[in-house]
Design a protein around this ligand. Structure first.
Ligand SMILES: NC(=O)C1=CN([C@@H]2O[C@H](COP(=O)(O)OP(=O)(O)OC[C@H]3O[C@@H](n4cnc5c(N)ncnc54)[C@H](OP(=O)(O)O)[C@@H]3O)[C@@H](O)[C@H]2O)C=CC1
Ligand SMILES: CC(=O)C(=O)O
Ligand SMILES: [Mg+2]
Length: 759
């Protein structure tokens, strides 16, 4: 067996194993309500369930209120045109329908039942689907062959009061139209002028061409082919949909049709296009070979025939995946959320514009991380966003919701700004919690210096920071390295315009910087030579000196190296005029909400006074997130039961706070479970002054706080914002080497907050 054959066999087996193990299929159903007690049982089922039934019987629209209907879509197929595999039957289509259901859920939080029906007759199939309306909020028809799909969709749309959307028609048409819009821009051609050849006159082919016409393509510039060749006026075997595109032409074959064509649209079957055919097309031909799983032509062959071709396929293993997955999760999300009664032309066109537009703006931080090593800059290999682009959900769903509202099909109009924020909160878990911080940071124009300016994560974060805050970045790094990495990451950043660059090897200000450092450190054993050496080799020291000299308002360092190493230089330069490190606070965002942990890094084994200071600082910081601080002092000792170091310092801190009366809730010392479980705490220590669950856990050593933070991140799947360095007047923050681009962006937003709101 050749290497390629071996790889094929192993890929095939891997795909089968994926479906079979650890349990068959790709889906399960989960309950969303507790079912642990007899009381739960009597509410979920008889007798309590009757109350919900009666409400719905009286007001049918309340089905959305008391059942999952409002977020439930049926993915329905009869298996007559499954991918490009043909009529393989309903049962064999189930993996595709389960797959669609998974994508609905993962990309847009939409719940789905996949329904495979043994019903080849379109009218009977439509009748069956219409009778499912009580169960679902919307219907996604899938892989039903043409022309039956047109009949099924028409009947369902006429009879049902919920959106019915045949994805192979409209989802494909939307995504292909978005990609065509961008490809034409790059090729410098206008849709009104180009010649289009479509191979495939089925569900996808007809809908794609109708969409291109809605965007301005003249019908007489389009040639359509089916399995019998060119669809021309002399044929008497045409369905009404094909007849719509029949031309009065002498051309009969695909070769003849492609002579001088600008756009090939393949939605037919595998391997039907050859390199010779592509070579007959116009300059900069657009070749969309969208048949799944094997396209009409493999990209390598098309590229070989026309090196400047703009090529797309339906597959994820090549650039430009033109696949309806870029559309269906998001168009249904928007339609369901505004209670749309249908998905109309305005909603589809809004979707085209939203998807096409996303490819033309710089990729987000998360996307860069998800597709590392790929160039995500608008161009021949990036005509269309990637399916994992987190911007798709908020951008497309909001565009669809707006179009539904404006075109009068929304029964539950929304505040679209709030809607967008909610969706952003779903994709960027930190977005909701961080919103008050980003809002305070906007327009402050604070200058933030990044000590490790050559790190690609920093470059991506800086790009996002320019877009999302008013802050002005300064990078410390060698210009040639920074520029090469900007180019490699395909970022539109321009040194000098978008950010200031400080070259640690030769900056005109070097003399001033080491001089400042020497002045600060001369009585702490630092000689001029040592000051020069430090400022030549240590970018954290340079950043700190810049903040000290007023050339920047805040700094961020720590993407490499140890926390305490960085802290040493920040202390030396910036801990003056009453500022000193008061602890490090980590915010960990969990599914159940945010939880803060302190002190994770600064005081290895704090005294009682240091702990009390950390707690006061932590409470102040928590308020900046719009939250009410509730602090628990956590220890192995519980309400005075151990004479350990930890118990003693916790009690000392408590006594200090009692004297200060700091104006927030605190209690201690206690085990972590008592901090988080008010009932347990009440049993152990009735009448304590902490109410409810603590949201700030303060530990008596960085060992314990660090362990709690790491467990929340790794086992609790928490997303960290921080560590936030407290006590330094928001003049410096030290991240940790595991920081992500989003993590750096969050820290940049914190650093950009004005000192007034920083408190
Ligand atoms: N990338 C994407 O997002 C999507 C891709 N697709 C792909 O598009 C293809 C078609 O899907 P769909 O429209 O749903 O299926 P249909 O069954 O509705 O249509 C198939 C069309 O292809 C034509 N065809 C079949 N064989 C040939 C051939 N040898 N030469 C010329 N035309 C041929 C058929 O011709 P005839 O009318 O004479 O039978 C028919 O018009 C599939 O491969 C599917 O995977 C579909 C949806 C989305
Ligand atoms: C992607 C899709 O829906 C198809 O190929 O049928
Ligand atoms: Mg399909």
């Amino acid at each position: 067996m050749s290497l390629d054959e071996t790889r094929l066999v192993s890929d095939r087996q891997a795909a089968l194993d994926y479906h079979e193990f650890p349990r068959p299929g790709k889906l399960e159903i989960r309950a969303t309500k507790p079912m642990a007690t007899g009381r739960d049982l009597s509410r979920a089922y008889s007798p309590g369930v009757a109350e919900a039934c009666l409400e719905i019987a009286a007001t049918p629209a309340d089905a959305r209120r008391y059942t999952s209907k409002g977020n439930l879509v049926a993915v329905i197929s009869n298996g007559t045109a499954v991918l490009g595999l043909g009529n393989i039957g309903a049962q064999a289509s189930k993996p595709v329908m389960e797959g669609k259901a998974v994508l609905f859920k993962k990309f847009a939080g939409v719940d789905c039942f996949d329904i495979e029906v043994n019903e080849p007759d379109p009218e009977r199939l439509a009748d069956l689907i219409c009778r499912l309306e009580p169960t679902f909020g919307a219907i996604n028809l899938e892989d039903i062959k043409a022309p039956d799909c047109f009949t099924v969709e028409r009947i369902c749309r006429e009879r049902m009061g919920i959106p019915v959307f045949h994805d192979d028609q409209h989802g494909t048409a939307i995504v292909a139209a978005a990609a065509a819009t961008n490809a034409l821009r790059i090729a410098g051609k206008c849709i009104e002028d180009i010649r289009i050849v479509a191979l495939g006159a089925g569900a996808a082919g007809i809908a794609c061409l109708r969409m291109l016409m809605a965007m301005g393509a003249p019908r007489e510039h389009i040639l359509m082919l089916d399995s019998k060749g060119v669809v021309h006026a002399g044929r008497n075997d045409l369905t009404p949909e094909k007849r719509e595109f029949a031309q009065d032409t002498a051309l009969r074959t695909i070769e003849e049709a492609l002579d001088g064509a600008d756009l090939f649209l393949g939605v037919s079957g595998p391997g039907l296009l050859t390199g010779e055919m592509v070579a007959r097309m116009a300059d900069t031909p657009i070749v969309f070979a969208l048949a799944n799983p094997t396209p009409e032509i493999m990209p390598e062959e098309a590229r070989c025939a026309a090196p400047d071709a703009l090529i797309a396929t339906g597959r994820s293993d090549y650039p430009n995946q033109v696949n309806n997955v870029l559309c269906f999760p998001f168009i249904f999300r928007g339609a369901l959320d505004v209670g749309a009664t249908q998905i109309n032309e305005a909603m589809k066109l809004a979707c085209v514009e939203a998807i096409a537009g996303l490819a033309r703006v710089p990729a987000s931080a998360e996307l860069g991380a998800a597709y590392q090593g790929e160039r995500l800059a608008f161009g021949p290999d990036y005509l269309i966003p990637k399916p994992f682009d987190p911007r798709l959900l908020p951008t497309v769903a909001v565009a669809v919701a707006r179009a539904a509202m404006e075109s009068g099909v929304a029964t539950r109009p929304l505040d679209l700004d709030a809607y967008r924020r909610g969706l952003e909160g779903q994709v960027y878990r930190s977005a909701l919690v961080m919103r008050p911080v980003f809002e305070a940071a906007r327009g402050t124009a604070r200058r933030i210096v990044f000590a490790e300016g050559e790190d690609p994560r920093v470059l991506r974060a800086v790009q996002a920071m320019i877009e999302e805050t008013g802050a002005r970045p300064i990078l410390i790094g060698r210009p040639e390295v920074v520029e090469t990495r900007i180019e490699r990451e395909a970022l539109p950043l321009r040194p000098g315009t978008d950010f200031e660059l400080v070259n640690p090897e030769s900056d005109a200000r070097f003399r001033d910087y080491w001089g400042s450092y020497f002045d600060l450190m001369r009585r702490k054993g630092v000689s001029p030579d040592l000051a020069k050496a430090t400022l030549r080799t240590n970018t954290t020291a340079i950043a700190a000196v810049m903040v000290h000299r007023g050339e920047a308002e805040s700094l961020i360092c720590g993407t490499v190296g140890q926390y305490l190493w960085h802290l040493r230089y920040l202390r030396e330069v910036l801990a003056r005029d009453g500022l000193h490190p008061a602890g490090a606070l980590s915010l960990v965002i969990l599914d159940k909400g945010p939880l803060f942990v302190a002190d994770t890094h600064v005081h290895t084994e704090p005294t009682g006074a240091q702990l009390a200071e950390t707690m006061i600082a932590a409470a102040r910081h928590v308020r900046r997130f719009g939250l009410i601080p509730k602090l628990a002092l956590c220890s192995g000792s519980q309400f005075g039961n151990l004479d350990s170091r930890s118990g003693r310092v916790a009690r000392e801190a408590l006594a200090i706070l009692d004297e200060v009366v700091p104006g927030f809730e605190y209690e201690g010392e206690m085990h972590t479970d008592a901090a988080l479980d008010p009932d347990l705490r009440e049993r152990l220590f009735p009448g304590g002054r902490l109410t409810g669950k603590a949201n700030v856990l303060v530990y008596t050593s960085t060992d314990a706080a660090g362990a709690a933070r790491n467990l929340l991140k790794s086992v609790g799947d928490g997303l960290e914002v921080g560590p936030i360095l407290m006590g330094m007047g928001n003049r410096a923050h030290i991240v940790t080497p595991s920081v992500t681009v989003r993590g750096l962006l969050n820290m940049a937003a914190l650093a950009a907050m004005p000192v007034s709101s920083y408190g």
